[in-house]
Design a protein. Structure first.
Length: 58
């Protein structure tokens, strides 16, 4: 079954403050750098990195 994603990503600074705070709490420290990826929507989990990745959908 093929899964096709579409849409655009919200910049981290535009994410509601309450959600950013929840991510900070979950990680145990504040997010100090956020890099948005312009493409590559995928249902697969991120691999090969020790950096936390936040995904959300509406």
């Amino acid at each position: 079954m093929a899964v096709h994603g579409s849409g655009s990503r919200m910049p981290w600074g535009d994410v509601p403050a309450s959600l950013r705070a929840a991510v900070d709490d979950l990680l145990g420290s504040p997010v100090v750098d956020a890099v948005s990826q312009p493409a590559g929507f995928s249902p697969a989990p991120p691999t090969g990195s020790r950096r936390p990745t936040v995904r959300a959908r509406s």
